[in-house]
Design a protein around this ligand. Sequence first.
Ligand SMILES: [Zn+2]
Length: 273
Amino acid sequence: MPSSPAHPSAIRWAAAAGAILALAGCSATAPVAQTQSPVATPAQPSVTLAQPSVTLAQPSTTSSRTPTATATSKPSPTKTSTAPPTDRRTAAQRNRPFTVKGIPVVSKKHPINASYRRSSVTSPYGLTQETQLALTRMIVAARAKGVRLLVRSGYRSYSLQAQILSSKIREYGSETLARRYNAAPGRSEHQTGLAVDLWDGVTWGVGVRATKAGKWLWANAWRYGFILRYPNGKEKITGYAFEPWHYRYIGTKAAKAFGANSNLTLEEYLGIA
Ligand SMILES: [Zn+2]
């Protein structure tokens, strides 16, 4: 339970995160989301035009990130099957993420630089198109089960991440503690547009785990291609403390290997733990 001592900090984080979101212009995120139904419905229209055609193809096929799917069937004729993949990118090459089996990995060990640009950006959360589509499906499905899911944070830029970390270090008075929950720039999945922080609009912090939203997500997010990215007790592997709110999109086929209520990490799944 390495995360328990930091619980209170998560709460402080929440308060500050709200402020930061406002700074970042992500402020629309939380307030807009508060209204629940507007979350998925009105937010989509702007993007909808481009998406419908793709939507149909993706849920089952996971076309754009298909290599993901191949992970299970292990198509790569490379040596990948035995030797663990190694991140050989130079600093200059970090404008692209370290990718294993078609799945981009951004972490403390595998950073991206400020030149990294995500593709197919959508609004209002800055997620990639595929991630946003999956998120919308998930939010709608949750709502049908009486579960309210709100987006607390989607895309965050390199510079915003830098601001967040330095303000957290000041706030906690401990750089070590701040870094357990807050990524340094280039080391946050939020910069990829593939990750999203979700909650019920009421309970934030580690308490998310016990909420209806948190429970539903842990049991069902995989169906929509999302995984709990920082499971409890896996800090040594992921580099981050337990975050029951942080979900990472990896595509439905890969997420199937995780399944319901899984504590498997992406690193373990990809053989890079
Ligand atoms: Zn997050």
